[in-house]
Write a protein that binds this ligand. Sequence first.
Ligand code: URA
Length: 434
Amino acid sequence: MRIVETIETKRDGGALSPEAIEHFIAGYARNEIPDYQAAALLMAILLQGMTDDEIQALTLAMVRSGETLDLSDVAEIIVDKHSTGGVGDKVSLVALPAVAAAGLPVGKMSGRGLGFSGGTLDKLESIPGYRVDLSVTEFKDQLRQIGLVLTGQSANLAPADGKLYALRDVTGTVPSLPLIVSSIMSKKIAAGADAIVLDVKVGTGAFMHTLDEAVALARAMVQVGRSVDRRVAAHISDMNQPLGRAVGNSLEVIEAIEALSGEGPGDLVSHSLRIAGELLYMGGLVEGLEAGMQRAGAMIESGAALQKLRQLVVAQGGDVRYVDEPSRFLPAEIVETVVASDGGYLTGMEAAEIGMAVVALGGGREKKGAPIDHRVGVVMHAKVGDEVAADQPLFTVHANYEAGKRAAVARIQAALRFSDDPVPSLPLFYDRIA
Ligand code: URA
């Protein structure tokens, strides 16, 4: 089989056979196919698309490029969750302890921030000592002992994705539905969970900007998961403004602890309960989504979910005093609140710009592998649809240097839209695909 023929077939709009796809993925993972041919094929896929069968074959070839975790000796059902990425998305830190506290094991390998979108690993690393490099043995032992693991992606699972993702990042081939589906689902399938809940974000702070794109992505991911007998449900959720109030690593951990203590912002709590409820339903613990949401809510009310977060932090080597007393998180050097100059209604936000303002403060990476500053970020005080009066606080910037603060203030101000006419508030969810 010649890779150039595979490239030509896709360039001309043809469908690739499972053998051609396997040859490409296995050959690229073994360094037998050079980057320039892989890049040409990725661009042809981006431009021509793929059929459902091709997407399935691509995903499974990526799964076969590495190891697959077998968790059947740990528990009957293990659940996992994935968000396609957004701004202020700390749902995993709230929903997963609630699910585990209800008795359903959750084993999750999370990622780092990507562009404007934050990453759960970076957030968790704000807790001094917290380890995100568990071995497979540690992963399984902890899952057995406390029913909750939140660690980094093992390099042995779907290694073709790691290589392809790096190439996509520098060849303009990230925003391709078949490539996104195979990238996400190969990692989820290899990580061994029986049931997977996908939080597919749409809006100005998401990789998908239209509802149609998000629904198509969700459907394709659900279909691939089903083809390998995983239970998969996807929720299409709004990402036209940050979720909750906080954006930035330790600020988000603090907000998640507040939510687990019954004091979190309403949108974050409702969103997390829905994802947790779906996980409990998919995992067979309750009869329906509504019952799952109630069970998850009860776990937060009783304090069991917060206790589960404590157990997680202890198990992974973190200093649990930070969970017990969030005031221990070191504040940034400069904390400045910006107020509204006039009265009006907040009608919209460029949420990705808010995410990028935090990245520029040092809260995310502009270069792969760069260190990040966990203390910096922004706290939004208004939501789309809110009426704001002159001099009312709009947002607070947490920065470690003056010029950075000034740039963040200007960028966030430019990202907010106001009008004299009221607009409705934004929904949390648009659709559920299962
Ligand atoms: N997240 C992933 O893991 N892969 C993609 O392609 C996009 C988002």
